[in-house]
Ligand binder design. Sequence first.
Ligand code: PLP
Length: 394
Amino acid sequence: MPKLTAMISKRIQQLKPSPTLGLDATVKRLQAEGLFVVNLGLGEPDFVTPWHIRRAAITAIKEGFTHYTLTAGILELREAICKKLSEENGISYCPSEIAVGVGAKQLLYHAFQVLCDEGDEVITPIPTWSTYIEQIKLSCAVPVLVSLKPPFKLTAEDLEKKITPKTKVILLNSPSNPTGAMIKKEELVKIAKLAVEKKIFVISDEIYEKIAFGKKYCSIASLNKKIKELTVTINGFSKGYAMTGWRIGYAAGPKEIIDAIVSLQSQTTSNTFSIAQKAAFQALAGSQRPVELMRLEFEKRRSYLVRELSKIKEFSFTPPDGAFYFFVDIKQLLGKRFKSSKEWCQKLLEEEKIAVVPGEAFMYPGYFRLSFAASMQHIKEGIRSISKFIKKYD
Ligand code: PLP
């Protein structure tokens, strides 16, 4: 009999597991072995979910809200999402145009499944979160990469060069993981015009929307009716509300697309966690002050890091407009002792016990991603150790 791994479907054999979750597993293993590791590789806020949200979940449990819900999510939550999208983003949806699911990640997967046929092309700017690439491939579509240069701002001009008769979707992620770059409204207007002219769908992942530094956020679907009809907006509670473990996200878009997502969901996950839906409702209905306090703390850490990283002459970077990442160019450090950013990051973890994610995980070697979703103490410790590590190999 052939080895079992060879009998796994070709599709899944080709799937690359999430490098960021892989790194997180390595850090947890080292920590379990008793080693002190400073984790600056994290893709999740280091804050506990605000108390009023947790309390709503406790109430839901006490009241026995423990059964299947509508596959698309409870109505009160979808209504609250519509209110949020209308008041904060200027987009008008009704609850039948919203699907709630198991995190933004699942909704993205379902959106690609619903929109793409075999051989369709999805224009994907890089550096990018590796999940997009794998999900696009799982939908039998082809990721067509647009390589961005610092400051990593996607333009309509970049996109236009990549459009072919097979282009089905343009993927946007603003603020971006891993660069933190945010696409300006003026550029979104041009991208929207292009998508409408060429009748191309847009999947707009807005998960980091609430973590923005000084720049006003703009959702592409808010620009006009025509682009709204082509856009699936993906968002969730993981980053802005520090709710990564609750697994709750949503898609907003034309009813036909949302119906198809819900239909797929009905045969895969069914509804997401009933209790988390009540908690998410409270996240939207309750005070937004904790969200702002978390954002302010991120802003403080960002300012500190802009100062400290600037002192390291071998680094170059663009300060992020949003999210909680710096994407740092380390090409000056490569070539002699270290052949790649992957090797550099591995050695940093082995020798200094500092975890950061190599650019290779974002299809962009020569860089690393440093997350500031870590305490100030850990960030300071991290910067000290990174400086020491660079001097050691000077
Ligand atoms: N989109 C981006 C760009 C992300 O970085 C992440 C998580 O790292 C997600 C989506 C996933 O969000 P969720 O936890 O809601 O699945």
